[in-house]
Write a protein of this length. Structure first.
Lengths: 114, 115
């Protein structure tokens, strides 16, 4: 079974600073990997996904993530954050088990300070 | 294209009361998922369907929770006798058939408070 660990429950960065949110996964093969964002009182929106190919994938709003098989990681990055990026970010892993079953990490709450 | 819709958006109950949540997936999506998201936690899968068939309901507390998708389109999740521990947001998601079936699209959720 797959699992996801997001070691940082809360991250605070200043507006304009760079960002990295960490994610480690556990699965026997290479699964589908995702980052989702959740704004207050809203559902989850997919930022980006990875399955194969270039280990650096680009997403919406300037986000990117880098897959590392050796490290079993899929960290999310952004070069310059904006106050509107304040939200909760979830890393997720999807693997096929009769259908695609997604397991989410516990989330990282990002606060961008002015 | 319209997204996943859910109703109601909010529900407040006393312990022991019943409640139903309704989900309308994106048109053409054959797989539908229900998740429970307690406050400050990630979503946890309860049950999912392909068309009208249950694929996995192993995480559904079967004594009080039930879910149906009778025509393979809309779905209803019901809690028969709510407990305070059921307080959470209930998220519905759907995914398309074929090569993008690993992508899930989420509705806004129903926030349940059990007093």
């Amino acid at each position: 079974a797959q699992s996801v660990t997001q070691p940082d429950a809360r991250v605070t960065v200043s507006e304009g600073a760079s960002l990295q949110l960490r994610c480690k996964y556990s699965y026997s093969a290479t699964p589908y990997l995702f980052w989702y964002v959740q704004y207050p009182r809203q559902g989850l929106q997919m930022l980006l996904k990875y399955y194969s190919g270039d280990p650096v994938v680009q997403g919406v709003n300037g986000f990117e993530a880098e897959f590392s098989k050796s490290d079993s990681s899929f960290h999310l990055r952004k070069a310059s954050v904006h106050w509107s990026d304040s939200a909760v970010y979830f890393c997720a892993v999807s693997a096929y088990a009769g259908g695609y079953k997604v397991v989410f990490g516990s989330g990282t709450r990002l606060l961008v300070s002015p | 294209e319209a997204g996943v819709t859910q109703s109601p958006r909010y529900a407040v109950l006393q312990e022991g009361q019943a409640v139903s949540f309704w989900c309308d997936p994106i048109s053409g999506h054959d797989t539908l998922y229900w998740y429970q998201q307690p406050r400050d936690q990630g979503p946890q899968l309860l049950v999912y369907f392909r068309d009208e068939a249950v694929i996995d309901n192993s995480q559904l507390p079967s004594d009080r929770f039930s879910a149906v998708r009778p025509k393979g389109t809309n779905s209803t999740l019901k809690i028969q006798s709510a407990k305070q521990g059921d307080t959470a947001t209930y998220l519905c998601a759907s995914s398309p058939p074929g090569g993008r079936s690993y992508e899930q699209y989420f509705g806004p959720g129903t926030r349940l408070t059990v007093l």
